[in-house]
Ligand binder design. Structure first.
Ligand SMILES: NC(=O)c1ccc[n+]([C@@H]2O[C@H](COP(=O)([O-])OP(=O)(O)OC[C@H]3O[C@@H](n4cnc5c(N)ncnc54)[C@H](O)[C@@H]3O)[C@@H](O)[C@H]2O)c1
Length: 378
C-alpha cells in the first residue's frame, strides 16, 4: 500500500483516481498554506469530518517530517515545485509534480541531481499527454499511420488575466507566469506533440513575439511563438498566449507527416485526421473525425477501468502510471529528463525572446551529465 501526501489544493484532481485504487494507494496527508483550502481538501479526501485523511498540515516541511507517507503529489505554485520536490526526495519520498517542473535552469540541474542521488521515482504530471484524443493520435504517429512525421504544432491560448488566488488578490501567476517573458508554460503544448516523436529531442529553440500591448502592466508579451528544432532536423512550433482576449483553446495541436495529418478542433469538440489510403481513388486525403480512429486508443482506455475520471479517463491513468512506477521501481515515461527538456523550453525561450529571437541550444538531458554540459550560453 503506497501512502501519499498531497501539497496544494489543485492536487485534489488525483483524489478520485486514488480512491478508485483502494488496494494500492491511500491518501494519508494533505498540506495547504491556506486553512480554508486545507479544511475543504481534508473533507474531500477524508469525508465531512475529515477523519479519513489523518494528517492535515499547513507547512509542507511538517508534512514531510511528520506524516506517514511514501510519496507526495506536488500541486503548489510553480516556484515551490523544485524546493518541495528536493525536500521530499531527500527524505526518501517519491514525487509526482505538477507543471512546469522548475522556474530556473539551475533548479532543473538541482532536481535532476536529487532524483539521481535519491533513486526515488519522479513523475512529471503532464496530464495533457493523457487526453484520449492525444493518446489516439500519438499511437497513430508511433505506428506510422501519418507516414514520417516532420512537423508538429501546439497552442495554449488561455486568457489568465482574471485569475486570482483564494482571497481574490493577484496571485503568484502575476509574477512567475505572466510576470516573465517567453513561452513560460510550454509543456501542455509540447508534451502531446513530442510524444509523437519518441526517438527525437529538442536541440534548439528560438522565440518571437509581437510585443506588449496589454493594458494590465504584465511583463509577458501578448503571445510568444517558439520554434523548436529537433535533433532529426524536424520542426515543432508552440504558441503560449495567456493575455489575448479570446476564448480558451488550451489543447490545440497539429501534426503533419508524409502520409497524413491531424488537426485538433480550436473551437471545442473533436479534431480531424486526414490520411492517404488506397480506398481514396483520386489519391486525395479527406478529413475524418478522430472518433473514426478510435481503434488506436490504447486498450486500457477502452477497458473502462478509468471510466468517469476527469479528462476522459486521463486523470486515472496518470495516477496509475505513477503508482505502477513506485511499485516497480522503474521511472515512468514522463520522467525527470522529459520534465527538464520540456520545461527548459520555457526558460530558454525567455532568453531567446529577450535577445531578439536568438537561437538557444537545449542541453541533452540525461543521467550523469557533466558540469560542462550544464552550461547555457547565448
Ligand atoms: N496540469 C494542469 O492542467 C494544471 C492546471 C492548473 C494549474 N496547474 C499547476 O498546478 C499548480 C497549482 O496551480 P493552481 O491553479 O492550483 O494554483 P492556486 O494558486 O489556485 O492554488 C495553489 C494552492 O497551493 C497553496 N500553496 C501555495 N504555496 C504553498 C506552500 N508553500 N505550501 C503549501 N501550499 C501552498 C495555496 O494556498 C493554494 O491553495 C501550478 O504549478 C500550476 O502550474 C496545472
Amino acid at each position: 500500500m503506497i501512502k501519499v501526501g498531497i501539497a496544494g489544493a489543485r492536487g485534489l484532481s488525483v483524489v478520485d483516481a486514488m480512491k478508485a485504487m483502494p488496494d494500492k494507494v491511500r491518501i494519508t496527508a494533505m498540506c495547504d498554506l491556506d486553512e480554508e483550502a486545507l479544511s475543504d481538501a481534508g473533507k474531500k479526501i477524508g469525508g465531512e469530518d475529515g477523519a479519513g485523511c489523518p494528517g492535515l498540515y499547513r507547512i509542507y516541511e511538517d508534512m514531510i517530517e511528520k506524516a506517514d507517507i511514501d510519496a507526495v503529489v506536488i500541486s503548489t505554485p510553480m516556484q515551490c515545485h523544485v524546493p518541495q520536490a528536493i525536500t521530499a526526495l531527500q527524505a526518501g519520498k517519491h514525487v509526482m509534480c505538477e507543471v512546469t517542473a522548475a522556474v530556473t535552469m539551475d533548479e532543473l540541474w538541482w532536481l535532476i541531481e536529487n532524483v539521481e542521488k535519491s533513486g526515488k521515482i519522479y513523475m512529471y504530471a503532464e496530464n495533457y499527454c493523457y487526453i484520449p484524443e492525444c493518446q489516439i493520435v500519438c499511437n497513430m504517429a508511433r505506428s506510422g499511420a501519418f507516414g514520417e512525421l516532420y512537423y508538429g504544432e501546439g497552442e495554449y491560448t488561455h486568457d489568465c488575466t482574471a485569475l486570482r488566488d483564494w482571497h481574490g488578490k493577484p496571485g503568484w501567476r502575476s509574477y512567475w507566469q505572466m510576470g516573465t517573458r517567453g513561452s513560460f508554460y510550454p509543456t501542455h503544448s509540447l508534451g502531446p506533440v513530442m510524444r509523437c516523436f519518441p526517438d527525437d529531442r529538442i536541440v534548439s529553440v528560438a522565440s518571437f513575439s509581437p510585443g506588449n500591448h496589454n493594458p494590465y502592466g504584465l511583463r509577458n508579451d501578448d503571445l510568444t511563438q517558439t520554434v523548436c528544432m529537433l535533433e532529426s532536423g524536424k520542426l515543432v512550433k508552440i504558441r503560449v498566449d495567456t493575455v489575448s482576449p479570446r476564448p480558451h483553446a488550451m489543447a490545440y495541436y497539429q501534426l503533419q507527416g508524409t502520409k497524413g495529418c491531424y488537426e485538433a478542433n480550436r473551437f471545442g469538440g473533436e479534431g480531424m485526421i486526414a490520411v492517404a489510403t488506397q480506398s481514396e481513388p483520386d489519391g486525395y486525403t479527406r478529413w475524418k473525425p478522430v472518433s473514426e480512429f478510435v481503434n488506436y486508443l490504447p486498450e486500457r482506455f477502452r477497458s473502462g477501468e478509468g471510466a468517469g475520471a476527469g479528462h476522459g479517463g486521463g486523470d486515472y491513468y496518470i495516477v496509475k502510471d505513477f503508482i505502477d512506477a513506485v511499485e516497480t521501481g522503474v521511472q515512468p515515461e514522463l520522467d525527470v529528463y522529459k520534465a527538464a527538456e520540456w520545461t527548459s523550453v520555457a526558460l530558454l525561450s525567455q532568453l531567446s525572446v529577450t535577445n531578439s529571437g536568438r537561437l538557444m541550444e537545449v542541453p541533452r538531458f540525461r543521467r550523469g551529465m557533466s558540469w560542462e554540459e550544464k552550461r547555457i550560453t547565448l
